[in-house]
Design a binder for this molecule. Sequence first.
Ligand SMILES: [Zn+2]
Length: 331
Amino acid sequence: MKHLLSAVVALLLLSPLASAQDEVVHKLDYDVSGLNQGLVPDRLTCDLHFHMTKEGNITWEKVLELLPKLREIFEPTGIQFRVASARLIEIPEAWHTHTPKRGDPPSDDRSSFYALPGQMKALAPATERVFKAVIGKEGPGAELSVHFISLRSVQTGWWERDSEGKWGYETAGTSACSFPPYLFGKSMPARVRGAITISSKWISSRTLAHELGHKLINVSHEGVGRAPKGEQRGPDDLMIYGSGTRIPSGAEGRFQLQRVQRSPFLYRTLAGKRQFNPPYREGGHYWDPVYRISAAEALWAETPPKDTTRRKRSGLKDALSGQKSDQTGPR
Ligand SMILES: [Zn+2]
């Protein structure tokens, strides 16, 4: 009996459900000590972690090349970046390929582009598992940092109306991809909210800045005189496709500068202690009260839907467009 008991205990000890985190093999840490000189303690700061993979397409040397210009792009916002960690890891082959979870088309009475949070249910479960495993539980400030993860093939998808007003689901490969917090709201676990994927070595500092913009400004693709859309191009603004780096201010600039400065990912170091901006109060949707200044004033350019919780679903048929884009770009 004693033997049997010991055998059971040994089995229990030896075969705990293998955690996905255990499948991440840590190969080495890169030296980041020289990368944070000149940071100013009381300046708004964002911590960046880089999870480079052995099988990924981008090298740490390439990231080092891109960092100075990335910092320059955010200079006018008063935000600085601290490279908190950088490491090389090895992950299972299957973790390198990601496709989006399509879900249902948005309801027909959607009054605003940003009225998505009730409709985008969640990240694809496999993607969420990989993000969780790579970021880990204990990482310093994991929930309030941005995590760049090098993965070989990441596809994204979004619903867009065609010329006849029918919803179609578009997909595209990405060279880099960042989910704005508004997109998933509370359905995205806080500790994967800061994940940004990099899948190509042909990216620029502007690409990294654009992806950080999705995270920190909490918007999709929009700019001065440009309402948000799934895809749009132009010469000026950081948050549309193109070469611009402007993060515009005030109502004309859709409050992008003011929103980024309120990002819960940012902190100042005061008397040796980090003081983070207030956290999202309603999961980080586009109209989260964290962007409210007073009863009359708020930092959002879209009109809030009248009642996000009771909006009825229209029961639209799943009108898959069938048109797949083969373009691989930053998203
Ligand atoms: Zn984008």
